[in-house]
Design a protein around this ligand. Sequence first.
Ligand code: SF4
Ligand code: SF4
Length: 371
Amino acid sequence: MAEVDFADVCVRCGSCLRACHIFLATGRRHHAAAVKIRTLRKILKADVGNDADRFYDYAFECTGCRRCTVLCPFSVETASYVSRARGLLTSSGRYPSTLNELAETQIMKGENWERHLRMFRLSIEMLENQHSVRIPVQKEAEILYVPLQGAHTIVPAARIFNAVKESWTLSIFEASVFAFFLGDMERVKKTVERIKEEAERVNAREIVITECGHAYRVYRFLFPRWFGRDLKVRSIVEVVTEYLKNGEVEVKSTLKEPITYHDPCQAGRNGGLIDEPRFVLREIAEDFREMNPGRELNFCCGGGGGLVAVPELKELRLKAGKVKLRQIRETEAKIVSTICENCKTQLKDLKEHYGINYRVAGVTDLLAECI
Ligand code: SF4
Ligand code: SF4
């Protein structure tokens, strides 16, 4: 069966214009989904050759949030054009250099992991001493927990795992997959494969991904397609929700300040993690406030699609984040919680740039504070 070309399906109704936080912030033609797909179709149908620069902004100035898709009467998949166009641009040597360097570094680390192990163990021992928490590294265990760079993605999860006496061990790699933002599926697979091999080394039956939107999508949906379903994949948020529901962790204190929740596009709208974080927050917060709109229709923070890692796009993402900032202000919350590292960085940058006072915290971090 021939593949649907969504650019032919689009009737130019314009519903996607008000759906897109970037178009709302800039009003620029190349940020309109209907224009974007027609333009990117050209790059997908022909050899981009020396024309790459003409398509670059169409492909990389989009967070791949898919809000335009859920509000389009024909579900036109703009993000899929963007991803395929990014892949073609990348293969022709036109990409944001930081994303490419990060993607390369991840692959090199996968190929030379034994060289990193000693230093990694030392840094984790320091964390254990600083935070008085046990953190097993590359030990045989049921769960291989994959963090990101930074203690904040390790210590709260360690406290919860230890509280329920879970059989777990820490991955020496990070969950993020930078090649995903380049639409480079070959390198995505290579990056993911290093976690599969590590899980086999420690005899894990499950891979648990830290709070990270795009990583959740990659591991939850692409990993089984490439490597089968023998290894279960879940987000840490699904795991802690189960602990709470089973009564395995006890909430000993609650949060008094008003708290709201930002649905990350990749984990929520595109990954299905919508009820789990709310369940946890309602267990620990005395004053939980929803954003409007929320859940599947939540606005992107402006930092997704790898934009937070591209310095030259900072101005654009701060501008595009104004819609999110308005949503946060309307709730009058003092804590903004979310389950994606990209979103956390963007939400912190927004509060600093626009001088708004709120704390940004992960759902797992907040739960760890309350048990
Ligand atoms: S909402 Fe869908 S059909 Fe309407 S203009 Fe946008 S992409 Fe085309
Ligand atoms: S995927 Fe998101 S950022 Fe990209 S055009 Fe659609 S609404 Fe805008």
